[in-house]
Design a protein around this ligand. Sequence first.
Ligand code: NAI
Length: 339
Amino acid sequence: MAHKVTLIPGDGIGPEVTRATVRILEATGVKIDWEMVNAGASAYEKTGEYIPKELIESIERTGLGLKGPITTPIGGGFASINVALRRKFELYANFRPIKSLPSLPTRFPDVDLVIVRENTEGEYSGIEHEVVPGVVEALKIITEKASTRIARFAFEYARREKRAKISAIHKANIMKMSDGLFLRCCRDIAKEYPEIPYAEHIIDNTCMQLVMNPYQYDTLVMENLYGDIISDLCAAFVGGLGLVPGANLGDGCAIFEAVHGSAPDIAGKDMANPTALLQSAVLMLRHLREVEAADRIYAALEKTYKEKKHNTRDVGGTSGTTEFADAIIENMEAVAVVS
Ligand code: NAI
């Protein structure tokens, strides 16, 4: 039976990387029944809604989404559609594996980090108001419920995947109550997993330590904003934002999307690297237990990067989105013959 998946192409480079990814998924032979409904600026132009009712209904039906990036205006305009979707479907865990691909020249080889980011609260609560002219207050919400839930997610993942250790990243030296609560929840959950080494690190020092030596970390769990920033920093270890996938996971619903945004600087030019969304789709296939197809795409991805002939510009090549996707499809046949 075909898997039902809601497909959200998004804005900017979203439609290009989505098209490439869907072509590759279709070449695996896995049967997917796509329900395509857009959100964001492109949806607004057509329907007058940033999150069309049809999209909510589709995700409620499928419980599964593959999503391109959505542009969010800076310093005004509508609130983030991404944050709204994560909250609406209680996608409380943002899971971002940062793993080196072969043959890409980066400062550090063989990086294998995992970022587990709380996805529903913190500074992203979006509660801001002007107290008096010239003074604005923003509320950072930290709850025991969400902090415990994300800590448990991180430890369960680490136990299942036999990860080496967990580091909780915080600023509890300054934000004693809010980050203090987050840290207390992590500490309490850590006690239930005595076999997993657990440590706590202050966010600013963590940034420096990561850049000096990323191998000293393994799985990092943190609040929403810290996770957003650290994800981009760590993306640089493996070749940049064009590569890093992500999953927004809740109980009974999941939306897979790249870490990167809509990249307006290269949109519509067939220049974007589709690897990040493709790797997000590989995570989705594993979630659907389509392990053989996921392995085949990953093997083709590794082979394509090893060949160095079809790299996109962000990783030092000259190929476009379409040519890169063509190479993956061709290599999927080659790896299928070998295996
Ligand atoms: P961005 O991630 O869109 O771009 C940052 C830099 O990375 C740009 O130079 C861009 O060209 C490059 N880049 C990103 N993805 C790439 C890819 N696949 N291939 C090659 N190069 C790539 O971040 P920026 O410019 O800060 O944000 C643009 C818009 O995207 C904003 O409106 C932001 O709010 C939104 N955004 C949406 C996200 C989502 O939908 N999940 C996540 C992050 C940002």
